[in-house]
Design a protein around this ligand. Structure first.
Ligand SMILES: *[C@@H]1O[C@H](CO)[C@@H](O)[C@H](O)[C@H]1NC(C)=O
Length: 543
């Protein structure tokens, strides 16, 4: 009854340690199944081919083949699946069904199944236990192909992200042993052991994420078992980095320069400012506006909030402002800002005619003024700049006057010849100032110059001598003749008075015979003439 047979260890993988460990269990079975007359134990790897020999039962039980046949030895089992078959002709036990350790035992280890071999005449019952040794026939498998995370780029260092575990139905060393994460900058892997001994992994953030640099990360988690050969399973870890408004907008230029023509119409395009923001979505949405704009400038320029286009909104006058400097601000939806400067230079347009101002003007001018006499001093200004403000000043070419530029913007009108009031008593002098713009603008002014008289002309008689006849015995006081002289001077200078020169005729002075009206030049006889006494009178009239 105490025939105890030690199990024959067929599996080469199993060490003697196992053998001794099993010995105590075997003893336990012997006590429990006291009816059992024999007990054998085999160890085989799982997944052996059908027909593979498990052991020589006849030999191990000490039975010959005749006894096996005569006793109609057979296997009895309560199980529906019969994994083994007894070949009574050879006394061996062979595999008759696929033996999958994982199906049979799952995680339970060691894994074995038992059955009885029964013989009749006399009845013998032998218990056979077959231990199934695990073979590394399963790789660790992850439940899904991908693990997806959405992690904010502001996630604090040390944040942990639990990773789904892989499953490896094999046991012992053949079961999952380790996890490995593909090398990367941001995450390290930490392994933990559950109370049941299974392992799981967590990713721990060790370096901050930056969406602007890497918006997505693709990592691989590899689960490795300890079998020989080693098997592994892989899962993709897809990390989407969520944006945080950690970037301010940045202008692509620190200064924008533009020019605009003065008098340009409203809506004239000036320039476009542009700022980029590395953030995404509303965090990267930039709006533009002017900052700290002076009131007078606020009405002149406008900026499109979304496009950054700056255009003219009001009148622009070079003569008032030659240059504008405005600050622009770019702001994202999270309130982060950047500023830049826009310098707008106004280009001059020839929109101002020269402005003429007569500073002094001497009229009338004495006709004896020498050539080169200053007639007028004129100030000419042009509000435009450069060529548009460059003045040339001229005077009618047919008149005897010249323009001289003395100081800048001061012009002197001078006479070019000696005047003669008697030929030209007045001049209408037109002075014209023209700028060099394109087209040029000009303005002119007419000065009315009068020439004042100088008594430079003596009275002139029409003839050098006149003859007149008087009948003798005339009545005294009779008008004999009228002399007339002309004077081309003016007014007093042309007022003529006549005198008789005191000449003698045969001892008597002429004025005793004839008088002259000094104003009218009418000659009167003062006495009655006698042809026999005086035949001829010569007299000299002075005008
Ligand atoms: C000058 O202008 C005035 C007014 O237009 C005119 O009466 C006068 O005749 C002009 N004199 C000359 C010399 O052209």
């Amino acid at each position: 009854m105490t025939m105890a047979l030690e199990g024959f260890i067929r599996s080469r993988n199993v060490k003697w340690l196992l053998y001794y460990g099993l010995r105590w269990k075997v003893l336990f079975f012997i006590i429990y199944f006291s009816r059992v007359s024999g007990q054998i134990r085999y160890s085989i790897p799982e997944e052996m081919k059908k027909g593979s020999i498990i052991g020589n039962v006849a030999q191990d039980l000490g039975l010959d083949l005749k006894r096996l046949r005569a006793g109609r030895a057979r296997i009895v089992t309560g199980e529906s699946v019969q994994y083994t078959e007894l070949k009574t002709d050879k006394g061996i036990l062979v595999v008759s069904e696929r033996i999958d350790r994982e199906q049979l035992c799952g995680d339970v280890t060691p894994c074995s199944f038992s059955f009885e071999i029964i013989l009749e005449n006399p009845m013998e019952l032998h218990r056979v236990t077959v231990e199934i040794i695990d073979v590394n026939d399963h790789p660790p498998i992850f439940p899904k192909n991908d693990i997806k995370f959405e992690i904010s780029e502001s996630a604090t260092l040390g944040s942990r992200f639990t990773l789904e575990s892989a499953d490896d139905p094999d046991v012992g060393l053949n079961a999952l042993q380790n996890y490995v994460l593909t090398p990367n900058y941001n995450f390290v892997l930490k392994l933990y052991v559950n109370p049941d001994g299974s392992k799981y992994a967590e990713m721990v953030l060790q370096k901050p994420l930056d969406r602007e640099e890497h918006p997505r990360l693709s990592l691989k988690l590899i689960a490795i078992d300890g079998g020989n050969p080693q098997r592994s399973g892989t899962v993709n870890i897809e990390i989407t980095v969520l944006d945080v408004n950690d970037n301010a907008p940045v202008f692509n230029q620190s200064v924008y320069s533009a020019t605009v023509m003065e008098n340009a119409p409203k809506g004239t395009y000036i320039t476009t400012v542009n700022a980029s923001d590395a953030d995404s979505g509303s965090n990267g949405l930039v709006t533009y506006f002017f900052s700290n704009l002076k009131r007078n400038v606020a009405d002149i320029f406008k900026i499109d909030e979304t496009t950054g286009i700056i255009c003219l909104a009001g009148g622009i006058d070079y003569e008032k402002d030659k240059k504008y400097e405005v600050r622009v601000e770019a702001k994202d939806q999270g309130g982060l800002t950047d500023t830049s400067k826009v310098v707008i230079e106004v280009t001059d347009v020839n929109d101002n005619a020269p402005l003429m101002n007569v500073m002094s003007f001497s009229s009338p001018l004495s006709e004896n003024s020498p050539p080169g006499t200053t007639v007028a001093i004129i100030n000419i200004k042009d509000a435009d700049s450069e060529r548009n403000g460059q003045i040339t000043c001229s005077v009618n070419i047919n008149l005897p006057f010249k323009i001289k530029s003395s100081l800048s913007s001061y012009y002197t009108l001078i006479s070019d010849v000696a005047f003669d009031r008697e030929t030209t008593p007045e001049y209408n002098i037109t002075i014209t100032a023209t700028d060099s713009g394109s087209p040029p603008l000009s303005s002119s002014r007419t000065l009315h110059l009068r020439i004042s008289d100088v008594n430079d002309n003596a009275p002139l008689f029409n003839q050098s001598s006149y003859s007149a006849y008087v009948i003798e015995n005339n009545s005294p006081g009779m008008s004999i003749f009228t002399v007339s002289a002309r004077d081309s001077d003016w007014n007093q200078n042309a007022k003529i008075s006549y005198h008789l020169e005191d000449t003698q005729i045969s001892g008597t002075s002429v004025p005793t015979y004839i008088s002259i009206n000094s104003e009218t030049g009418v000659l009167h006889a003062l006495r009655s003439f006698d042809f026999e006494q005086i035949k001829q009178l010569n007299l000299v009239v002075k005008a």
